[in-house]
Design a protein. Structure first.
Length: 898
DNA sequence: TAGAATGAAAA
DNA sequence: TTTTCATTCTA
């Protein structure tokens, strides 16, 4: 959609040309950049090579800064190009959090409509509730600013930087400039991204200047954390403590981390990090790293054996394919699973983290190694895998039919070759996935105790992938690490830690999956991609169903979804890939169930909140997203895919932003998400009540105060008052801009209907509650801007309430809108309130006590009539003037109080 | 790519 | 006071 941010840059010019779609901000992040399909394949390949080298250098020497600086330069370029996005304000956060809900309720509704509704909700939202979002926004902003000290919100009208040289890169506009970004060559920038992408921790990225938005911060934080983790893992001590120590919020911490030394190694902390990094990097390039990991991790002999087995097997498996797992392999898996369980038990929080870390670290290394090795030697990967704690990861990678070269390349190549049609799509890798999946499943199953079964499901992998993917996308290892631990560390403070750890442990247990996932996004997951792709394809249906059923609000639903999904999936999977996956993993179903539990857990924890949103989205247009998404693979997206993917054929494309952001952000993002998720998400019902009022407001504002519905007074007076005030304020605004409301009226009527239902549900109260009245009177806020744009002109309504010709047209549109929007009458009807028949409405109105109520009822009626028949509307009602409304306010208030 | 919303920041 | 732009995603 958007521009394709991803993957779109033309290979040739690419880089600069800019295509960084709109969102550059996130993209610019190296990790993201890699992940992002955006880069041309060619470029990516080259970049990869470069990256391999670079990371090492950085890690190795303190000089890193210098080198990194080079990187930074690039990054700077990115930053300049992509620059950090300005932080979201409270409203945007609210929108982000609730848009999915809105969409769920009103699938037909387009974004604009959803936005309007959200605005309504926002208007209605209690101040307290709003405050939460406001606070979050503030915190977010603070963190952002900390990370990007010099950040300017507006590049200023002129936008100095952007236009000229970089112009291209910044397609959009702003380059807000981060202070530091010297010019960069586009080409360089491209390279850097990859380099950056090198999983590891390029703190270089962290540069405040470079740092993009929050996501960047998060990334930086993650990297730091991961580094710490790694170091800790090596030492086995919990490095995370540092993070924990700080009482600051995760966001701040992240910001600090990113801002401070992230690049080179700033303080002592950094030193540790760097050291850890160095280890990783050093190891990464060469296999040695793998050994380190194992050492760090305390593996039981059994575990080691299992790893060896798995690793050994993997190579053959790759060719042989996923399906047939040898008994030995299975045994290994089981061993691993048992180990995993043990690990979990141990891990509790601290230790567990280390274990997970180990796994992660191991995974990470492999990735790097893989990249480098891929270029160099395929075998290395296998060796690394064997050595590395993550058994599955290597095998899977190596296993892929093709040489274990760079995943990215492979993916790209494959994609290009195999799937000429869809660039993004993937090729499927068979064996590797199957292996990994099977392993993961088994592990999970073991952990849960469900082992045994076989069903399995591809989905599990998906979910896990999806989950992990977000974090891991760029570099699998990183992702793994980041997800589990970063969050843990960050949150250490919070209870979440435990939960997270558990999740992480789970993840760790599934290192394979994680790796898979991680790679998916950015790089590629060639194998994963394939797998995912397949999976996505398969599951979509089931997922959709699940998704559909699923309500973002309740986590519990997820389970249900999963269940539902599982069945469909199974059938699907069987249909599709009987060959590979199913066979391979016998126990998938059970695993699936396990995953389902995990999924639930994650959701409950809030880790998957984004998923929810994605899911919602997925419902909308899952399919499209699936394709693009796969590449970009987002955590959430993955989820969405896994779960929802099937459902929506439309597309999921989640916005680039997601793709971009998620990949890199990984755990950090998760934390952010957690916070974000922690934000209250109100059920539509909640808003319905309120919304009713709001809608009314809008309607009123536009022309007449229609709302009839018989709102109930049941609502609390305080809320009503608040609403009233809000409405009044908005109303004022409206007056200012008085144009353009008409549309709203139409729109709102439907809304009103919705609200009305809610009201009814609460109680059949009749008299229009004060709120509604208030609401009716008051316009909703949104209109202002429209006015600017100057749409206003045609909207005007005559005093009569008639609509100007233009309005008539609009009215028509409105009617359309009604049709489109679920809220409208349909919803109302569903809820028990139907105004379809104006007459009935009138009756109600007439019944309504009090002149005011009656008045409103009439007005509402009038609106309804107007919608259906302008003429009727005209005769039916005279629209109250603003003054009238104001006059009525007191009455309304009193009513409300009553 | 425009646009729908709100809000923060800059000009 | 007016513009920009943050998010999301359809038309």
């Amino acid at each position: 959609m958007k521009g394709g941010g991803g993957g779109k840059e033309p290979p040739g010019e690419g880089e600069v040309s800019g295509k960084r779609p709109k969102r550059k901000c996130l993209q610019w992040h190296p990790l993201l950049a890699k992940k992002a399909p955006d880069f041309s394949e060619e470029e990516e390949e080259e970049d990869e090579e470069e990256l391999e080298k670079e990371p090492v250098l950085c890690a190795e020497s303190s000089v890193q800064e210098g080198e990194c600086g080079g990187m930074e330069d690039d990054s700077e370029e990115y930053s300049s190009e992509q620059r950090a996005r300005r932080p979201m304000n409270a409203f945007l956060l609210f929108c982000k959090r609730h848009r999915s809900l809105v969409r769920q309720e009103h699938p037909r509704l387009d974004n604009r409509g959803a936005t309007k509704i959200l605005a309504d909700w926002w208007a209605v939202l209690d101040p307290k509730e709003k405050q939460k979002y406001t606070d979050m926004a503030k915190e977010y902003k603070d963190a952002f600013m900390k990370a990007n000290p010099g950040y300017k919100w507006c590049p200023a009208t002129n936008k100095p930087v952007k236009s000229p040289s970089h112009s291209v890169s910044n397609s959009r506009k702003k380059v807000w400039s981060l202070p530091s970004n010297p010019s960069k060559d586009p080409s360089v920038a491209k390279k850097q991204p990859k380099t950056d992408s090198t999983p590891q921790l390029n703190f270089a990225m962290a540069d405040p200047n470079k740092m993009g938005g929050l996501s960047m911060l998060l990334l930086a934080g993650e990297h730091a954390l991961t580094a710490r983790e790694i170091s800790s893992s090596s030492s086995q001590t919990g490095c995370t403590d540092v993070a924990k120590h700080t009482g600051k919020s995760a966001l701040f911490q992240l910001a600090e981390i990113s801002s401070s030394p992230a690049q080179s190694a700033g303080g002592s902390k950094n030193a540790e990090d760097t050291s850890s990094l160095t280890h990783v990097e050093a190891s990464g390039p060469s296999q040695p790293s793998s050994p380190d990991l194992p050492k760090s991790c305390v593996k039981s002999p059994l575990f080691q054996l299992a790893e060896q087995i798995s690793s050994s097997r993997s190579p053959s498996a790759s060719e042989g394919r996923q399906c047939g797992q040898s008994a030995l392999f299975q045994l290994a898996e089981m061993c691993l699973a048992s180990e995993a369980e043990k690990m979990e038990a141990r891990s509790s929080q601290p230790s567990g983290g280390s274990s997970s870390l180990c796994a992660q670290s191991s995974t990470e290394i492999p990735d790097r190694e893989e990249q480098k090795e891929a270029s160099e030697l395929p075998l290395t990967t296998s060796s690394s895998s064997s050595t590395s704690g993550s058994t599955s990861s290597t095998p899977t990678e190596t296993s892929p039919c093709k040489t274990p070269k760079k995943k990215k390349k492979k993916k790209e190549n494959k994609e290009s070759d195999e799937n000429p049609a869809s660039p993004k799509k993937m090729k499927k890798r068979q064996s590797p996935e199957s292996d990994l999946d099977s392993v993961t499943f088994t592990i999970e199953a073991v952990v849960k105790g469900a082992w045994g079964s076989e069903e399995t499901p591809k989905k599990k992998p998906r979910p896990s992938e999806s989950e992990s993917s977000p974090t891991a996308e760029q570099s699998p290892s990183v992702k793994k690490k980041t997800k589990p631990k970063p969050k843990k560390q960050l949150k250490l403070k919070d209870d979440a830690m435990q939960e997270e750890e558990e999740d992480a442990d789970k993840v760790a247990n599934k290192p394979q999956d994680v790796e898979m996932i991680t790679e998916e996004a950015p790089m590629t997951p060639k194998t994963e991609c394939e797998d995912e792709f397949d999976v996505k394809v398969e599951p979509p249906c089931g997922m959709e169903d699940a998704m559909l059923q699923f309500s973002p609000m309740e986590p519990t639903e997820v389970d249900e979804k999963e269940d539902s999904d599982a069945k469909p999936l199974e059938s699907r999977q069987e249909d599709k890939d009987p060959e590979v996956k199913q066979e391979v993993c016998g126990s998938r179903k059970s695993e699936r169930s396990c995953k389902g539990a995990l999924y639930k857990t994650l959701v409950s924890e809030g880790m998957l909140t984004s998923l929810r949103a994605n899911v919602d989205r997925g419902k909308r247009g899952s399919m499209r997203g699936s394709v693009s998404d796969h590449e970009g693979s987002w955590n959430d997206e993955n989820w969405g895919f896994s779960q929802a993917a099937t459902s929506n054929p439309k597309k999921l494309k989640k916005s680039k932003s997601k793709d971009e952001t998620t990949p890199g952000l990984g755990k950090l993002e998760e934390e952010f998400e957690k916070k974000f998720n922690s934000l209250p998400q109100y059920s539509p019902l909640t808003f319905d009540k309120k919304s009713v009022a709001v809608t009314k407001k809008k309607k009123n504002s536009t022309s007449s105060p229609p709302e009839p519905p018989k709102t109930c007074k049941g609502s609390s007076s305080s809320q009503k008052k608040t609403l009233f005030h809000k409405i009044v304020n908005k109303y004022k605004h409206r007056k200012e801009k008085s144009s353009g409301t008409d549309k709203e009226v139409a729109m709102f009527e439907p809304v009103a209907t919705e609200s009305s239902p809610a009201v009814k549900s609460s109680s059949p109260c009749v008299s229009p509650s004060p709120e509604p009245q208030k609401i009716l009177d008051i316009p909703v806020g949104s209109q202002k801007r429209k006015a600017r744009k100057n749409k206003i002109t045609h909207l005007v309504r005559t005093a009569d309430g008639r609509v100007s010709p233009a309005e008539e047209d609009k009215s028509k549109d409105q009617t359309k809108n009604q049709d489109e929007k679920p809220f409208t009458q349909e919803t109302l009807c569903n809820r028990g309130v139907c105004y379809t028949d104006p007459r009935s409405a009138e009756a109600d109105l007439t019944d309504a006590p009090g002149s005011l109520p009656a008045f409103f009822s009439l007005a509402a009626l009038a609106e309804v009539a107007a919608m259906e028949n302008v003429h009727r509307a005209q005769r039916a009602v005279s629209i109250p003037t603003e003054a009238q409304v104001k006059d009525m306010a007191p009455v309304l208030i009193s009513c409300a109080d009553q």
